[in-house]
Write a protein that binds this ligand. Structure first.
Ligand code: ADP
Ligand code: MG
Length: 333
């Protein structure tokens, strides 16, 4: 049974950046305004995230890593509305199957923090001969999650991920995206042992500040963009580059219902809108947040598949492309 679980977990968590994305979303769900990430060997040796969210109550600590245990669904109605998040309550469980997981957490109404270790969905003793239960310790309100030796028990996966630098680049990409999409939350990310953070945004910074900081000062040439489509039941907003600004490679940051996703079709559509405005072989910067009626987002696509599917996909993509075209025309005149 544990082998089956491990295989399932390996499909959900394919690489360190997938795990980190889930952990960041949990911190955001917990209301964190500060998220600090620490990485060793591209997240394969150590993936640690510290937040100042509401924490986990001691009595819940035994079950947070069990599959499909989630505090975020209360009834069948909720299940129908989970939308982009698809399957829920699988992230921590999955990570506990493929890494050594430690959680230290404190809620506002507890006198102390608690620390617990997990394996295969269950509490395990921190060392032999000690009880498998949360242990009281010092700590601030919030949660620290540490995943060590990712895929230690999945040799094939481990072998496939032999370049820590590439994994770290993917991690930074995830952190950058979430930092931009979550103005009001300060993010930092660094390698263990390094004094300098590779991402460092302030909770007081605006979306535009964050884009500038992360993608360089030239992004001052950005257009604010937003439109609501009642019939298609969605809204889009974000920042897109004006025709005076261009890149060697397109930067496309897409969020659907606040989850970072990919849509190659939407990306292609937007690129082709820009071709009439940009010099040959140059590309735009586009950050878009789509809010779609959750009932229209396909829940059968697994949440970790970055390509999403949604109802009226073609119409929505065409509408976004047209709206961008309109915005660029407006900016030019
Ligand atoms: P889900 O997010 O779908 O509920 P997860 O496996 O990602 O499932 O997390 C399981 C549960 O653990 C969450 O529902 C939440 O109660 C708790 N949890 C996880 N991470 C945090 C965190 N950073 N702060 C507070 N609670 C957390
Ligand atoms: Mg989660």
């Amino acid at each position: 049974e544990s082998v089956v679980n491990r295989i399932a977990a390996g499909e959900i968590i394919q690489r360190p950046s997938n795990a980190l994305k889930e952990l960041i979303e949990n911190s955001l769900d917990a209301g964190a305004t500060n998220i600090q990430i620490l990485i060793k060997e591209g997240g394969l040796k150590l993936l640690q995230i510290l937040d100042n969210g509401h924490g986990i109550r001691r009595e819940d600590m035994a079950i947070v890593c069990e599959r499909f245990t989630t505090s975020k669904l209360r009834n069948f109605e909720d299940l129908l509305h989970i939308g982009t998040y698809g399957f829920r309550g699988e992230a921590l469980a999955s990570i506990s199957h493929v890494a050594h997981l430690t959680i230290t957490t404190k809620t506002a109404d507890s006198n102390c923090a608690y620390r617990a270790c997990y394996s295969d969905g269950k509490l395990v003793p921190p060392k032999p001969g000690v009880a498998a239960e949360p242990k009281a310790c010092a700590g601030n309100i919030g949660t620290q999650i540490t995943a060590e030796d990712l895929f230690y028990n999945v040799p094939t996966r481990r072998k496939a991920l032999k370049n820590p630098n590439e994994e770290y680049a993917r991690i930074l990409d995830v952190v950058n995206r979430y930092a931009i999409h979550n103005a009001g939350v300060g993010f930092s990310c660094k390698k263990q042992g390094s004094t300098q953070a590779d991402v460092n945004t302030l909770s007081t910074a605006s979306t535009l500040d964050n884009i500038r900081q992360i993608y360089g000062s030239t992004t001052s040439e950005l257009l604010e963009f937003g439109k609501t489509f009642r019939k298609l039941e969605f809204r889009v907003n974000g920042y897109i580059s004006n025709p005076n600004y261009n890149l060697k490679k397109m930067v496309f940051l897409l969020f659907i219902n606040h989850r970072a996703v990919e849509s190659s079709l939407l990306k292609k559509t937007i690129e082709s809108v820009y071709t009439t405005y940009l010099p040959k072989n140059t590309h735009p910067f586009v950050y878009l947040s789509l809010e779609i009626n959750p009932e229209n987002v396909d829940v059968n696509v697994h949440p970790t598949k970055r390509e999403v599917r949604f109802l009226n996909e073609e119409e929505i993509i065409t509408a976004v492309g047209d709206a961008i075209q309109e915005r660029l025309v407006g900016a030019n005149s």
